[in-house]
Design a protein around this ligand. Structure first.
Ligand SMILES: Cc1cc2nc3c(=O)[nH]c(=O)nc-3n(C[C@H](O)[C@H](O)[C@H](O)COP(=O)(O)OP(=O)(O)OC[C@H]3O[C@@H](n4cnc5c(N)ncnc54)[C@H](O)[C@@H]3O)c2cc1C
Length: 457
């Protein structure tokens, strides 16, 4: 990582102001929290990270994107991730309407400058590795400590209250607070910033399996995406032979569940012949899990003395495996902004504004594809990709996560979108039916944190 530059009085080597005092307090030790902590500690700030669980802990979301790699390299953990990861050369997308026809998208065909492969990782190992790296960078980490309250004061430090595993209250004074609490969206919820996504609504049922059929050779590590009548499936092969399989479904389908979650997942698998074929001999390890209240955002990303990163800011459907990358990329940009802010004594907010703009642009690019993933027109375009005007290459760059930099992606992506809209006009009947279903489902409200039929966790 880069060497620390000269800093003012609140640096780590400044006189110790007491055990419960820090420059930056980070809530949550997932990829967003550990990344921003490491990068800020590397710049000399005294960072404390509070994590309610103990690592290694289970987390869903095993498929990384190629554009994650430069961040992992910057953190100095790329080699370690390579050792625990399954090499992921691309994505295969399987059609339900064309008798299981599969289209392969390899990252090495992306536009120049986009990274050419990624990894699938067990999140317990990956997140633990990142957190240990933060500790190595000098971050003070407290596991089993859940933040319960943040009291902000104008032009002064904030008080962060937390409960440890024994139920004892702990307090910290911090110049700056980062919320990286994931889908708990701690600050966004408390500050009334959280908003349900009006355009997209779905939920997931998933599990880890042994005995699922894998492809061989180069394609073994591909992520598989499978459309089916009620949404789509993911199939993610992990290095140790386990496969992560999940279905992201429309609420109207999830509302039909009556039995156990395990049997619902198996019944859903049987509705998609292509994935069922791969799962005939498979066995569920442990129990199936469900996640609801899927897509949301926050009205703002930062304010006086705080920043929201990763899922604590926004969550978009992970159909293209964007979550970890968005979390780490946001954390990386966020670290720059906080560094500039603290150095200026809390005056410089230009970097926050830039960060919010860039993040918004990237999220909009990805969301355009995500919202339309289950539409018949996008299905057709994905099943018969053409590289006219480098449209296919640009699409692969977007799928690799290359949406934040200024690249030659913009023009071919615009042409791709134009092809989509023309396709919609030519097939307006089916497009209208699909739009109506998307709208109806977006309007169906989930209970907070749980899909219909499942109680709040
Ligand atoms: C079904 C599903 C499938 C997904 N698939 C993928 C995928 O294939 N690829 C991908 O990239 N992404 C995927 N994602 C998204 C991905 O998992 C997240 O985007 C990613 O984990 C975000 O990282 P984060 O650090 O923001 O949050 P998290 O990883 O959730 O970390 C937040 C941490 O904060 C801690 N915490 C919460 N509240 C408190 C508190 N009050 N005090 C202290 N600690 C607290 C939590 O214990 C947790 O460790 C998927 C998500 C879902 C739901």
């Amino acid at each position: 990582m880069s060497s620390a530059q000269p800093l003012e009085s609140r640096r780590r080597d400044a006189p110790d102001l007491g055990p419960a005092r820090c420059d930056v307090l980070v809530i949550g030790g997932g990829p967003a929290g550990s990344t921003i902590s490491s990068l800020l500690a590397d710049r000399g700030w005294r960072v404390t990270l509070l994590e309610k669980d103990h690592h290694p802990r289970f987390h869903i979301g095993e498929s990384l994107l190629p554009m994650n790699l430069p961040i992992l390299e910057r953190l100095g953990v790329l080699q370690q991730v390579r050792e625990i990861g399954m090499f992921k050369p691309g994505i295969e997308i399987c059609s339900n309407r064309e008798a299981g026809k599969t289209q392969f998208f390899y990252f090495d065909k992306s536009l120049e400058g986009t990274c050419k492969h990624a990894f699938q990782v067990r999140r317990s190992e990956f997140d633990h590795l990142l957190l240990k790296n933060s500790a190595k960078q000098g971050v003070e980490i407290h596991e089993g400590v859940r933040v319960t309250e943040v009291a902000f004061r104008q032009d002064a430090t904030s008080t962060v209250r937390a409960l440890d595993a024994d139920g004892q209250e702990r307090q910290w004074e911090a110049d700056f607070v980062v919320d990286a609490s994931g889908r708990n969206a701690f600050l966004s919820t408390r500050l009334g910033l959280k908003e349900k996504n009006e355009n997209h609504n779905s939920a997931a049922v998933f599990g880890h399996f042994k005995g699922a059929v894998r492809r061989t050779g180069r394609d073994e590590g591909n992520i598989g995406l499978f459309w089916f009548e009620h949404g789509w499936f993911w199939l993610i092969p992990l290095r140790d032979g386990v496969t992560s399989v999940g279905a992201v479904c429309w609420p109207d389908y999830l509302k039909t569940r009556s039995g156990s979650l395990d049997s619902f997942l198996w019944d859903t698998i049987r509705l998609c012949p292509a994935i069922h074929e791969r799962m005939k001999e498979a066995e569920l390890i442990g129990q199936a899990t469900a996640t609801g209240n899927y897509s949301y955002g926050s009205r703002r990303m930062w304010g006086q003395g705080y920043l929201l990163v990763g899922d604590a800011y926004a969550f978009i459907d992970p159909v293209f495996s964007t979550g970890v990358y968005l979390a780490m990329n946001g954390a990386s940009m966020g670290a720059e902004a906080i560094d500039a802010y603290l150095r200026s004594g809390g005056k410089s907010v230009a970097q926050f504004k830039k960060f919010e703009r860039v993040m918004g642009r990237g999220l909009r690019t990805l969301s355009w594809f995500i919202y339309r993933f289950t539409t018949p027109t996008l299905h057709d375009l994905f099943m018969a990709p053409r590289n006219t005007f480098r449209m296919e290459q640009a699409l692969i760059s977007v799928l690799a996560g290359d949406v934040f930099r200024k690249t030659p992606v913009t023009l071919p992506v615009t042409l791709f979108k134009t092809a989509y809209y023309i396709g919609n006009l030519l097939n307006w009947g089916r497009s209208w039916t699909s739009y109506r279903r998307r709208r109806r489902n977006a309007d169906l409200a989930f209970a907070e944190g749980a899909p219909p039929g499942q109680s709040k966790p």
